[in-house]
Design a protein around this ligand. Structure first.
Ligand code: ZN
Length: 355
């Protein structure tokens, strides 16, 4: 007992494969457990060692028996579908952060979150307060741009109105003597040709700009030109949820990642680690490649749409911890003033001739 090295993601793959050999409620039970495996707070091997497998979500006595048998005699792990490959489990993320508490303990911001100004579920002031209570030193508000109609994206006038509300919040923090700040940002939609869904004049008013793809996400063709064009846009500072993959739904865009990251490195752009578990984007292997290709800056975002999702920032931190990204290259550990200055200098550099 407890000798098995099977990790929860591997157990997830085994459960899913086993589900295809069952019918009816047994099949459903295995499918449910296969998905839940990613969210178990501890490794199943540890839970089994303390006889508490059935305390894990979606694990009843029958499923627990299957897992127990695998732990004692590990079978070969089936090759996972691309929509389930390289997703970080909660257990592995927890272990990575527990091994070095400074990831969470050091002052840090959250550089992606949404409010009711687009598709978030909390109004700006409440979301900001929740982030402050969650221990963030500052946040960046990244509501969607107008072309993302499903997310009720913002146009320039709505963004200007949000700017006034953010200014009032920052003024009240200053009055209280709090160093907490709200950065003005946007998750601006970036089109195929690299252009953004907002004029460069309006984007220049923001402290930092997160650009992301939201259309043709199931394209199986080579999207490298799309990434290079996005990185060439002087208004975009951070490439948000880079692959656009989604657990169980899509594998993400196909690109020559070595080239994409080398280009991000050359241009000094930041690559995001989106912490939403069903995104976990970049995944660990691609984040390793980004680091080895010399990407200078990384940005972490919870991509939260409500207060509880602010905790998703931990998944991004865990990815950074596992990959070993130096803290001084992660924007979130800079002060909000430093992040804004970094973005400003990046735009200036991009405007220089011959760049
Ligand atoms: Zn997005």
């Amino acid at each position: 007992v407890g000798e098995s090295e099977l990790r929860n993601d591997e157990i997830g793959h085994l459960l899913l494969a086993a589900s295809t050999r069952e019918e009816g409620h047994r099949r459903l039970a295995l499918e449910r457990a296969a998905k839940a495996a990613w969210t178990w707070p501890v490794e199943a091997s540890d839970a089994a060692a303390s006889d508490s497998l059935t305390s894990l979500a979606s694990v009843g006595p029958w499923v627990a028996q299957r897992i127990e048998a695998w732990l004692q005699d590990p079978p070969p792990i089936p090759e996972p579908d691309e929509t389930r490959r390289d997703f970080l489990t909660f257990a592995r993320a927890r272990a990575a952060l527990d091994a070095d508490p400074t990831w969470q303990g050091d002052r840090h911001g959250d550089l992606q979150m949404h409010t009711t100004d687009s598709d978030g579920r909390l109004p700006l002031a409440e979301m900001v307060e929740a982030a402050r209570e969650a221990g963030r030193a500052y946040v960046s508000i990244t509501d969607h741009s107008a072309s993302l109609k499903i997310a009720h994206g913002m146009d320039a006038a709505q963004l200007a109105d949000q700017a006034r509300r953010i200014a009032r919040l920052n003024a009240s923090f200053e009055r209280e003597g709090s160093t907490f700040r709200v950065l003005r940002s946007m998750e601006v939609d970036v089109f195929d040709d690299g252009s953004a869904d907002m004029t460069s004049e309006v984007l220049a008013e923001l402290d930092v700009v997160l650009g992301a793809f939201h259309s043709k996400l199931r394209s199986s063709g080579d999207s490298t030109p799309r990434y290079l064009a996005a990185l060439a846009n002087p208004s975009v500072h951070i490439l948000g949820h880079p692959t656009t993959r989604m657990f169980d739904r899509r594998g993400g865009l196909v690109a020559d990642w070595r080239r994409v990251f080398a280009e991000a490195a050359r241009r000094g752009k930041a690559i995001e680690l989106d912490g939403t578990p069903r995104r976990n984007d970049l995944p660990v292997p691609l984040a390793e490649l980004a680091l080895s290709e010399g990407v200078e800056w990384f940005s972490m975002g919870s991509d939260a749409h409500d207060a509880t999702e602010l905790g998703f920032l931990e998944m991004a931190m865990a990815t950074a911890a596992i990959v070993g990204i130096p803290r001084e290259r992660i924007l979130n550990y800079q002060t909000p003033a430093e992040v804004a200055a970094w973005a400003g200098s990046l735009s200036e550099r991009a405007a220089a001739p011959g760049w």
